[in-house]
Design a protein. Structure first.
Length: 448
């Protein structure tokens, strides 16, 4: 076999490798187009749907409703009670008279009607303290609802950003494949011309295969991210992130002093503050059993004349009225008051400790998230510059390889540098977005 025959066979192999790479790409491209069936939604819509449908926000809204009802019930304790009763009874049978059973005499049907009311004049302030506790619990429930809304928003934003990152990774993988295919074409042509080795073509073909695997991995990540986002927004159809949001990482234009002021009045701090107020009010309410209670009560009753047959109590009626003033004081109740007072005092001390820790925690978290955001933004700027430099370096080394003054290894190293810079840029964008979302959850408001 002559050298020319060997070189021709090598060229045929390289051409086959190139065709194999192109054919292998076709299924992944088809699947990428299949992902277009997911409905794109904006970040604002995703957050709105998640906050509307999430079990956490539903439970928080219902807790707010029950707290509102508790306030109404506490206010109602200042009103007098009212009750109405009616009864109609039939009597019959026999009775013993001198040892002999005889039928019961008299009319069988008897009736009674009454209206009664009771009003507590003094209870040691228990109703006032209970009302204050209920109002504080309502404020705490409102703060918890805000906290849960932003907690859900943080979760859905994180997943939304994962979808964006998967889209970016898919685009980067496609660019990598284009570079690998171009390199395979060049290596095959150079080998046909006798200025490159079979190893260059094989290495280029392997690079095409690795790029294809990278695309498949990115597509799988995108499908999984879309499925997770769909569950969070409770959509009946598959949804995905809007590609227009890919480049935007958001801005935090407030300085650290302004953010510290906001987090000190954030949802978690407000919730802990109101929980402490409720615990203090409940502690004061626990002292009221040591005080006497004073109440008014009144009633009006009617006893209609009995009848032979049931007639709803019509006819002549005897009446009765009653008005009373009662004073009660518990001398000893088996240490029930003492136990309740101790539990209330412990709850107040625990709530005070929780508030102190909540204030310190939001400051700690703000410091962490703000540092993460600034680091991510600096990384984005650096990686954009790195990508620009890596592209230029790849172009130069590619031209040198085409001219035979550079090796394929140098080309592959330049491609790896560019690919790593793209991956770090994607990660930096995700980190910046998540850090901003965490800050928004801390302060309980959106940073536009």
């Amino acid at each position: 076999m002559t050298f020319g025959t060997i070189r021709q066979a090598m060229g045929t192999f390289a051409t086959g490798a190139l065709a194999l790479g192109i054919v292998a790409l076709a299924p992944s491209l088809a699947r990428a187009q299949g992902n277009a069936g997911a409905r794109p939604i904006s970040l604002e819509e995703a957050v709105r749907l998640a906050q509307q449908n999430s079990p956490l926000t539903v439970q928080a809204r219902n807790a707010n409703r029950t707290s509102e009802s508790a306030v109404r019930a506490s206010l109602a304790q200042f009103l007098p009670t009212a009750a109405f009763s009616y009864s109609g009874n039939q009597a019959g049978g026999t009775q013993f008279v001198q040892g002999t059973p005889v039928p019961t005499t008299g009319l069988p049907w008897s009736y009674s009607r009454s209206l009664s009311s009771n009003f507590t004049l003094y209870d040691g302030g228990q109703r006032n303290y209970n009302l204050r506790a209920a109002q504080a619990n309502l404020e705490s429930a409102g703060a918890n609802e805000v906290a849960q809304r932003y907690s859900v928003a943080l979760t859905v934003k994180t997943q939304y950003f994962n979808v964006l990152a998967a889209n970016e990774q898919l685009a980067a993988s496609k660019q990598l494949l284009e570079q690998a295919l171009l390199q395979l074409t060049v290596a095959s042509a150079k080998m046909k011309a006798g200025v490159a080795t079979l190893a260059d073509s094989l290495t280029s073909a392997i690079a095409v295969g690795n790029a294809k695997l990278s695309i498949l991995t990115a597509e799988n990540s995108l499908r999984n991210a879309n499925a997770a986002l769909t569950r969070l927004v409770a959509s009946p159809v598959m949804v995905t992130a809007t590609l227009a949001d890919t480049m935007d990482t958001g801005k935090v234009e407030l300085d650290e002093a302004q953010l510290l002021s906001m987090v000190s009045d954030g949802p978690s701090v407000r919730q802990s503050t109101q929980a402490l107020e409720a615990a203090r009010a409940q502690h004061k309410a626990a002292t009221t059993p040591y005080m006497p209670t004073l109440a008014l009560n009144a009633s009006y009753g009617q006893n209609p004349k009995a009848s032979q047959n049931f007639n709803f109590g019509g006819g002549p009626t005897a009446t009765s009225t009653r008005f009373g003033l009662s004073l009660n004081y518990t001398i000893f109740n088996n240490y029930t008051r003492e136990q309740s007072l101790l539990v209330a005092r412990v709850n107040a001390e625990n709530a005070e400790a929780n508030l102190r820790d909540a204030k310190a925690l939001v400051v700690q978290n703000l410091t962490t998230f703000l540092s993460n955001y600034r680091t991510a933004q600096s990384t984005i700027e650096l990686q954009l510059l790195t990508i620009q430099s890596a592209r230029e370096a790849l172009r130069v080394v590619q031209q040198r390889y085409n001219l035979g003054t550079s090796s394929l290894l140098e080309v592959l190293q330049a491609e790896t540098t560019l690919d790593n810079a793209r991956a770090q840029l994607i990660n930096a964008r995700v980190n910046a977005r998540i850090a901003k979302a965490n800050i928004e959850a801390l302060i309980g408001r959106d940073l536009k």
